[in-house]
Design a protein around this ligand. Structure first.
Ligand SMILES: *Cc1c(COP(=O)(O)O)cnc(C)c1O
Length: 400
């Protein structure tokens, strides 16, 4: 039965059945799984894993860790990369490097995965929520600038929240679904206020802003290699750093702060066992070799979606912001406010039709542990929360 309507009023319902069949057609045509994002192993994964097992180097020592760090530094243009157990641990260490201390506040988007907020909390600091921009889905630097003028004081090179008295130490821009935040005005704003940027580039390996890789704009950036990300190590993450001494310190902190010695166990500070195991790094090296091909195929899928939805009433595909080159990690349909009330019907129809779709994360200030955290007006993030539907985005199984 076809329940679609053809009039074009602004309240026109989304053509549910048509949307399901459009997505299904594209997935079949490009050989893309109907799940949100699943990994693809088509390169040297088996070979490198076998090498780890045959050599016995599976854990905290082995050459693949060095290799993945070199590959990441070379690809992103960061001076150095330090591989760790996951992206959340990388964020936590990144905030420590930025000097975040208990009682501090850290500005983060309300629209993010919970790891961004949790890493702040692990430091004993408080997340302070910032609104998003429609064009990028990320932090809005202009609105943040206006807000800081209202609520913050700059004294002795430190920024204080006048309302809470807390020091605001750092800012975590997050590149949502791989679409870069508008970094130029944000970098300028942060230098004016003396705030350290810790970039959450967990979703944006392969995404560039004005030709520069995301995660390399501040002193510190982080990546994630979770199973649902563009490149996976099973579980893993990395810090991107531009300073050699800072990288050495990050390595020290994430490897139990053990002083190098032939046999002695001497740890000169409180360290963490956050090193990426060699087995995971081996998988990641094989995956990174495939990254250019993955990105090409992800872009082709995004282009097909954009084309298919370009005349759809009430719905558009999120596309890369001007001046940016996105990895299209997760494709997102953005509904007009007028059809936002039908988001759940769209989720129902697609999932019932065997096509995995999901709403965006619940905004951070709605989660019980973050309800009372400081925040600015979040009207854009709140609107986006009602209007985003993520659709299947894995790398196409055909093509090279
Ligand atoms: C995936 C992700 C992380 C880190 O996740 P891990 O699973 O710990 O690797 C952090 N922030 C964002 C926005 C993410 O999407």
């Amino acid at each position: 039965m076809n329940t679609s309507r053809t009039d074009t009023t602004s309240e026109e319902p989304i053509l549910l059945e048509q949307t399901v069949s459009t997505i299904r057609g594209i997935l079949e045509e490009l050989h893309v799984p109907a799940t949100l994002h699943e990994p693809l192993f088509e390169g040297n994964e088996w070979k490198y894993l076998k090498d780890c097992i045959d050599s016995g180097w599976v854990s905290s020592v082995g050459s693949y860790v060095d290799r993945i760090e070199q590959m990441l530094a070379a690809y992103t243009g960061a001076g150095r990369a330090v591989a760790v157990v996951n992206g959340t641990a990388a964020l936590f260490i990144g905030l420590k490097l930025a000097g975040v201390e208990p009682g501090d506040e850290v500005l983060i988007p309300a629209l993010t995965f919970v790891a961004t907020a949790n890493a702040v909390t692990y430091c004993g600091a408080t997340p302070h929520f910032v609104d998003s921009e429609d064009a990028t889905l990320g932090m809005d630097p202009v609105k943040l600038g206006r807000y800081l003028n209202e609520i913050a004081d700059s004294d002795n090179g430190e920024t204080r929240n006048r309302l809470t008295g807390a020091r605001i130490r750092a800012v975590i821009p997050m590149h949502t679904f791989g679409h870069p935040v508008d970094m130029d005005p944000l970098v300028e704003l942060c230098s004016r206020w003396g705030l350290t940027i810790v970039e959450d580039a967990a979703e944006s390996l392969g995404s560039f802003y004005k030709g520069r890789h995301t995660g390399t704009f501040g002193r510190i950036g982080i990546l994630s290699f979770n199973g649902n990300k563009t490149v996976t190590t099973g579980g893993g993450g990395a810090l991107l750093l531009n300073d050699e001494a800072e990288a050495r310190y990050a390595k020290h902190l994430t490897t139990t702060a053990r002083r190098p010695h032939k046999w002695e166990f001497f740890h000169d500070m409180l360290g963490y066992n956050f090193r990426m195991p060699n087995l995971n790094a081996a998988l990641g090296c094989a995956q990174l070799e495939r990254l250019p091909s993955f990105l090409e195929r992800k872009r082709r899928l995004a282009e097909r979606y954009a084309e298919a939805f370009k005349d759809s009433p009430g719905v558009r595909l999120m596309k890369e912001p001007p001046g940016s080159h996105s990895n299209y990690w997760l494709n997102a349909l953005i509904l007009n406010e007028a059809v936002a009330p039908q988001r759940d019907a769209l989720l129902e129809a697609t999932n019932a039709g065997g096509i995995m779709t999901r709403p965006v994360w619940t905004l951070m200030h709605r989660l019980p542990m973050y309800e009372s955290c400081p925040r600015m007006d979040l009207s854009v993030a709140e609107s986006l929360e009602r209007r985003i539907v993520n659709i299947p985005s894995s790398v196409s199984r055909s093509g090279s």
